[in-house]
Design a protein around this ligand. Sequence first.
Ligand code: PBG
Length: 318
Amino acid sequence: MRRMRRLRVPGIREMVSETDLGIQNLVQPIFVDERITEPRMIESMPGQYHQSIESVAAEAGALEDLGVPAVLLFGLPSTKDEMGSAAADPDGVIQKAVRAIKECTSLLVITDLCLCEYTSHGHCGLVRGERVLNDETLPLLGEVAVSQAQAGADIVAPSGMMDHMVRAIRTSLDWEGFADTPILSYSAKYASTFYGPFREAAQSGFAFGDRRGYQMDPANFAEALWEVQLDIEEGADMVMVKPAMPYLDVLRAVKEMFGMPTAAYQVSGEYSMIQAAAERGWLDERAAFLESLMCIKRAGADMIITYWAKEYARQCEG
Ligand code: PBG
């Protein structure tokens, strides 16, 4: 007679666990704001901070000491324009932050590669009227990638969902001597309401329209597989599904179908929902983030970009 509960006792339960989650799988996003000098709490994301160029190295050092292996950097520039020019500035916020971190840690530095934090209209590409232009945006993305690699980025992560962005970036990197810099593509990035808190954190809300002209429709599954396949053909070294929790079916399918190194991004809304419930005493924060991360790993993620990376390291490692 089969009794499933025999193996659920302490000692055996751990031995037969099917999923291994550890700090080596986690990436901590960091927001760097060029206009501030002291770290500042992000209101829409309790527990997360805007770092300054001066403070980011110390934060990176703390993460390294805790055992967090990698960070994903977002920049908030002091000036924005139509073209998002500051994104490719060799002395731009991201480039300065990468250099500062690289000078005093050996953390893996991943740079988010998009224009939306740098454009005055807040869209992820050049615009004409209310149209977000695709092919006109590609050379700019190539320039941004090269400037990030020159600053010392270990991995570039294009998140703008422009068609052929991976090929354009790969070509530019190779041409400029960065053939060994990997691309982590936000391949299946959905037009999600769960990015809400991030838009305050990155101050990348848009002046008109929405992102549905380039980000994916949450109703679609097969399309995500196409997106991933195209990115792989264009040269992506790692692929990503974003958000994570509402899209675990997509994550599982991507991992199974392509067998590529696969990342999942547990986004700002996923974070802030749990934080908000925990603040009210409706959920246990630690148990909730541990379960959510375990489930994302179980669904097929090799790496998870999560705002709890630091907290995980603090509470669960060492
Ligand atoms: C920019 C970008 C966004 C996020 C990561 N890169 C916002 C967006 O596309 O609107 C969201 C991250 C999060 O919500 O945590 N292209």
